[in-house]
Structure formats: structure tokens, C-alpha cells
Design a protein around this ligand. Structure first.
Ligand SMILES: NC(=O)C1=CN([C@@H]2O[C@H](COP(=O)(O)OP(=O)(O)OC[C@H]3O[C@@H](n4cnc5c(N)ncnc54)[C@H](O)[C@@H]3O)[C@@H](O)[C@H]2O)C=CC1
Ligand SMILES: C[N+](C)(C)CCCC(=O)O
Length: 537
């Protein structure tokens, strides 16, 4: 088969015939060299990938599930083709995965933070090296553009590097007590943690959960969404190659039933979940039965507030970033765009103009900026929201219709044009409910006080944003927003150093940043007596 070649450092596609051919490990020592390595065979172009390898990963290898076995088709959103059949895991397979994690935990949890750090850094390096392959798999299975998938993979290895950096300095405190006695605290791992992921950022979600979990000394069993089962198994292989004990990171496949076996398993110490609010409620109920701590990263309907004193071009760019990444299938999207009435017309005109220019199509093409939605039912659901918005009086200013690319192989893909809705009111369904598609609602406002109240009038509280040149107003407004992740003069960037998570129905617990350590560890207090015991009896 025909190979493309990529630089292992930056992932750039290299011209054929470049002479440098250096083993990947050596490449790590020569980080600034552009080094050739074979990338994915060309047979992984849109419409060609078929996955035959087992998709479960246990005790350091790909395996077929020991039980369960109900087969589901996995689609390529760009073409509507079946890429593979997914065998869901039953109770026995889930137990084997948990036992495998338990055994590895015994070894991993005894290692020092620095030792764990080295392994995580190696995993980050391998991800960088395989960036193009992983991004391509993500694009084929999720439908997002390759341009974006590469960014997702970069955020993923950065996350591993960040927690590798923290692993060596996880520590407790020393506290003096009277008479020379003292106490100290130890930050200890929890044990076997379960990660359950959504389909919009399959690889990145797995890294956001596994990096802090592993850095703290835990083991993990991860269940991706049955729509996007493929790339997470790559992560499992990478962890093994990097040197984690076999079984430290396992993958089980399946939907709700498999997820329930995981949540109910008595040897599971913690559940970190990314997905919808209704499933989040169920996860919390199951966790309550076993008194297991949970992290819930749920949906949102976040406000983006554009004041008339903003830098208009930045605000327009911010609104596009807030709405159209990953075909709008992003939990923290700022889909309620509140625009100060004075600039409503000029802002709307510019946003519509820019939205119409977004290139929709084959997600593996370099210049595509919006690919296909995850599946046909979801596309229909998003279309239903647009239809209902029109019925309730909103005006479609652009897009919203199905898009059929010229390329015949894409005819059965799940495409639509990105949509901007005008004439919106706060009581419309499109303004109240999470659409999880490329649909922006524009809402005019007149005063700061009014917009804060309207921005907060939602059951969700994941994110929020404000565009203004007035720094006092910017800080005042974000301080008043009831949301966990707020942006000033930007939107939807993801520095892994910053904690991410929701208020209200958008969940609790935090991913990324130092904050996540707290959710993957427990504190032991040790009280040390240096004198004699004074008994009260
Ligand atoms: N806050 C955040 O970080 C993010 C939130 N989301 C939210 O996720 C939703 C879209 O993702 P979906 O995959 O459709 O969500 P979903 O809730 O249907 O599924 C999420 C995961 O939970 C599993 N699951 C479903 N029922 C379960 C049960 N009863 N027990 C255990 N596991 C179960 C699924 O198989 C999947 O792996 C959106 O509402 C979105 O807002 C998505 C990405 C990020
Ligand atoms: C990466 N980012 C910030 C665009 C989205 C992350 C949250 C999600 O998984 O939807």
C-alpha cells in the first residue's frame, strides 16, 4: 500500500524522498529534527477504513469480550458506511477488566510519582509520534475535520504531559501538634476508576480522565461511547508501549448495559462520566448505592455576551468558535449569543457572512472546516430543533439545511450547513435546550443587568463568555455568571492547565488543572503521638 510520511515531532506531512529515517526513540532525543516515519496507509482515506481487530483491551492486549457479544454497527459519519461491528461487553468481561485493573493497581500505586511521571511522558511522546494516525481515526469515526482532530490530539498529549509534571509533587502536609506530636496527610489513590465517555471527543475525553487518574496512582477501566469505540483502544496500546503495568488501562465496549455493570461493580472506587444530563442522573444513582465518588461532565446551553464596546472581529471569531467546532457537538458551546442591540445588525451580518463561508464536506480534506454529524438520528434531531425554531418564530439567517456533497462517496454522510438563527426569544426551545449541533441563536439585549439575569436563567451552568474592551465590566460580568468555565474575549480554547467543569445541572467535579487531582485521590491523615497516652479511664 502507499504510505504518507509524517514528521514525528510536529506531525507535518513530509515530502516523499526525504532522507532522514531515524528510529522513533532516537527522535525523542533530537526533538527539533523533522523525522520520517510511515503514516497511515492511503487505504485510510474517507470511505475505505475497515477495523477488524478486537476493540476491547484487557491485561495489556486487545481481546474479544468474554461474554455479552451483542453486535452493533459502527459508522463512518462522512459516508454512512459501517466501519466495524462492536461487540458489547457483558458482566463477566467487565469483571475481568476490573480484576485486571486491580492487579495492575497493586504495582502502579506503589511506584513513586516520578516513576509514574516518566511513563506518562513516554505515552505523551508516542501520541505525538502517532498524531496523524490517531487524528485520522478520530476523523473517520467521529466525522469532525482532520484540522480539528489534530488539535484534539495535541490537547490530549499536553494533558498527559501536564499530569506527568504534577505526579512527582503530589504530597500531603505536615502539621505540628502539642508536645512534639504531629500529624501528616498522605494523598493516596482511590483504586480502580471507571471512565465513561461521550462520542464528541473520544480520544481527548479518555486522556482527560486517564491522565490525572494514572498520575495519582489509580488504574482505569474506560468505556467509550458505542458510536466511537476505535481511538481509545489506540490509547490503551500506547500506555502499554510506554510501560504501564499490564492491565492498568483497560477498555470495555458497549452501551448503557455495559456502563451499568461498571458502575455497580463492587471493586470500582470512582466513576468519571462525560455525557448527557439524564445519563448523569442514572450514574449518580448507581454510584450512590456503592458510596462511590463521581465526576459528572454533562451538557450545557451556555451564554456568550457580546457588548457593543468589543473588538468586533474578535467577537465574531469568538462566536464562531463558540458554536461550530465539531459540528456544534460540544458541551460547553456558547449557543445563546446575546448581542448588545447597538451592534446587533453589524454583528449579525458579519457572523452570517463568516458562517456561510465555512467549508463543509469530506472531513479528511485539509481545507474542510466542518465535517459530518455523528449519525443519522442525531442529524434528524438537530433538524427537528431548527424546524421547531421556525415554527416558534425564529428566522433562519443562514444554513440549517441538509448538505449533500458532490463527491458520490459522501452522498450518505450526515451533513448539514451551519445555522444562525435570528429573531430569537428566551422562551424558544432552540434557546432553552441543548441542540448539540451547529445552530447559533442570536438574542439582542440592552443592559448589563438584564443580560446577566437572562444568561443565568437556565438549568445548565457549564460555560459562559463575554466580549468587551472594558476590563472591569468583563470581570464583573463573569463573576456574576453561574457557570464553571468562563471566557473573557475568547471562547472554547482548552489549556489543560485550567480546571474545566460545570455548575448546576451541568455537573460537578473538575477535569484538567490541579483541581482534578482532588477528584482522583483521597486524603489519609496520620496522627503521631510522641508522648505517653493519657487515658480518661
Ligand atoms: N460536560 C462535558 O464535558 C461534556 C458533555 N457532553 C454531553 O454528552 C451528551 C452527548 O453525549 P452522548 O454520548 O449522547 O451522551 P449519553 O449520556 O447518551 O452517553 C454518554 C456515555 O454514557 C454511556 N451510558 C448511557 N447510558 C448509560 C447508563 N445507564 N449507565 C452507564 N453508562 C451509560 C454511553 O454508552 C456513553 O458512553 C450531550 O448532552 C453533551 O452535552 C458531551 C461531551 C462533553
Ligand atoms: C475542547 N473543547 C473545549 C472544545 C470541548 C471540551 C468539552 C467537550 O468534551 O465537549
Amino acid at each position: 500500500s502507499v504510505f504518507t510520511y509524517h514528521c514525528v515531532w510536529c506531525g507535518c506531512r513530509l515530502p516523499q524522498g526525504t532522507l532522514m529515517l531515524v528510529r522513533s526513540r532516537l527522535a525523542n532525543l533530537l526533538p527539533r529534527l523533522c523525522v520520517l516515519r510511515p503514516g497511515l496507509a492511503m487505504s485510510s482515506a474517507t470511505g475505505t477504513l475497515t477495523v477488524n481487530q478486537p476493540l476491547n483491551y484487557r491485561a495489556g492486549s486487545r481481546v474479544q469480550p468474554a461474554d455479552g457479544g451483542q453486535a452493533e454497527e459502527v459508522y463512518e459519519p462522512a459516508t454512512g458506511r459501517v466501519i466495524c461491528k462492536l461487540l458489547s461487553s457483558g458482566e463477566k468481561e467487565v469483571d475481568l477488566a476490573v480484576q485486571s485493573a486491580k492487579a495492575a493497581f497493586k504495582i502502579w500505586s506503589q511506584m513513586s510519582g516520578m516513576e509514574r511521571s516518566r511513563v506518562l511522558l513516554e505515552a505523551a511522546r508516542i501520541i505525538r509520534e502517532q498524531r496523524e494516525e490517531i487524528a485520522t481515526l478520530e476523523t473517520i469515526n467521529n466525522g469532525k475535520s482532520i484540522f480539528e482532530a489534530r488539535v484534539d490530539i495535541d490537547i490530549s498529549w499536553q494533558c498527559l504531559e501536564y499530569y506527568a509534571g504534577l505526579a512527582g509533587s503530589l504530597a500531603g502536609e505536615h502539621i505540628q501538634l502539642p508536645g512534639g506530636s504531629f500529624g501528616y496527610t498522605r494523598r493516596e489513590p482511590l483504586g480502580v476508576c471507571v471512565g465513561i465517555g461521550a462520542w464528541n471527543y473520544p480520544f481527548q475525553i479518555a486522556c482527560w480522565k486517564s491522565a490525572p487518574a494514572l498520575a495519582c496512582g489509580n488504574a482505569m477501566v474506560f468505556k467509550p461511547s458505542p458510536f466511537t469505540p476505535i481511538s481509545v483502544v489506540k490509547l490503551a496500546e500506547i500506555f502499554t508501549e510506554a510501560g504501564v503495568p499490564k492491565g492498568l488501562f483497560n477498555v470495555v465496549q458497549g452501551g448503557a448495559t455495559t456502563g451499568q455493570f461498571l458502575c455497580h461493580h463492587p471493586d470500582v472506587a470512582k466513576i468519571s462520566f462525560t455525557g448527557s444530563v439524564p445519563t448523569g442522573v442514572k450514574i449518580m444513582e448507581m454510584a450512590a448505592k456503592g458510596i462511590k465518588p463521581v465526576t459528572l461532565e454533562l451538557g450545557g446551553k451556555s451564554p456568550l455576551i457580546i457588548f457593543s464596546d468589543c473588538a468586533l472581529e474578535n467577537a465574531v471569531n469568538g462566536a464562531l468558535m463558540a458554536n461550530f467546532l465539531t459540528q456544534g457537538e460540544v458541551c460547553c458551546n456558547g449557543t445563546r449569543v446575546f448581542v448588545e442591540r447597538k451592534i446587533l445588525d453589524v454583528f449579525t451580518k458579519e457572523v452570517v457572512k463568516r458562517t456561510q463561508k465555512i467549508k463543509v464536506g469530506d472531513p479528511l480534506l485539509e481545507d474542510t472546516r466542518m465535517g459530518a454529524l455523528i449519525n443519522r438520528p442525531h442529524l434528524n434531531r438537530v433538524q427537528g430543533f431548527i424546524k421547531q425554531a421556525k415554527e416558534q418564530g425564529a428566522e433562519v439567517l443562514c444554513g440549517g439545511d441538509l448538505y449533500v456533497p458532490d463527491d458520490p462517496k459522501l452522498k450518505n454522510g450526515y451533513y448539514m450547513r451551519p445555522c444562525v438563527l435570528g429573531n430569537c426569544r428566551d422562551d424558544m426551545t432552540c434557546v432553552k435546550e441543548e441542540i448539540f449541533g451547529p445552530v447559533m441563536s442570536i438574542l439582542p439585549f440592552d443592559t448589563e443587568e438584564e443580560v446577566i439575569e437572562r444568561a443565568n436563567a437556565t438549568k445548565f451552568g457549564l460555560a459562559g463568555g463575554v466580549f468587551t474592551r472594558d476590563i472591569q465590566k468583563a470581570h464583573r460580568v463573569v463573576a456574576a455568571l453561574k457557570a464553571g468555565m468562563c471566557f473573557i474575549n475568547n471562547y472554547n480554547i482548552s489549556p489543560v492547565e485550567l480546571p474545566f467543569g460545570g455548575y448546576k445541572s451541568s455537573g460537578f467535579g473538575r477535569e484538567n488543572g490541579r483541581a482534578a487531582i482532588e477528584y482522583y485521590s483521597q486524603l489519609k491523615t496520620v496522627c503521631v503521638e510522641m508522648g505517653d497516652v493519657e487515658s480518661v479511664f
